[in-house]
Design a protein. Structure first.
Length: 148
């Protein structure tokens, strides 16, 4: 396949993946709404639950926001008892932000709801389609994990 064809094929694939990603995100949005948290707060809590405790700066960087914005989100999550701050053992001036057991439970319940919705979407697939998607999953994860 020549460069021009590869470019056209890449564009078609990118469009299809974009449509699929948007459709899947819209489909699982209802599960996220059941948490009662706004999308930014849910996203920050997700980082703390699945990636572990973080400094405010690293959490802000992970979420692509400025530290003052993250500071506000952290204060809201702390007021709801979903996260806690403790002194950073490596930097006495800093704090480590971590999910509380309540925050972890809320996030894991939301993850279970999202997975259930996705499993329902997989149910009507043929065995061949299921196998094809299973084979593609590692490649999709590779694409999704690229950091820019």
């Amino acid at each position: 396949m020549g460069k021009a064809g590869q470019g056209q094929e890449a564009h078609k694939l990118a469009e299809a993946l974009h449509r699929a990603a948007i459709g899947l995100l819209r489909g699982i949005k209802t599960a996220d709404q059941e948490s009662g948290l706004s999308p930014p707060r849910l996203s920050a809590l997700s980082v703390l639950v699945f990636a572990g405790a973080q400094s405010l700066a690293s959490l802000a960087k992970a979420e692509g926001v400025k530290p003052p914005t993250m500071s506000k989100l952290v204060a809201e999550l702390e007021a709801e008892g979903l996260i806690e701050k403790s002194p950073d053992p490596e930097d006495r001036r800093g704090l480590v932000i971590a999910a509380t057991p309540r925050g972890r439970k809320l996030m894991l319940q939301g993850r279970d709801r999202r997975l259930a919705l996705l499993k329902d979407r997989l149910a009507p697939l043929s065995a061949k389609e299921f196998a094809l998607l299973s084979d593609a999953a590692p490649v999709l994860l590779k694409i999704a994990s690229r950091v820019y």
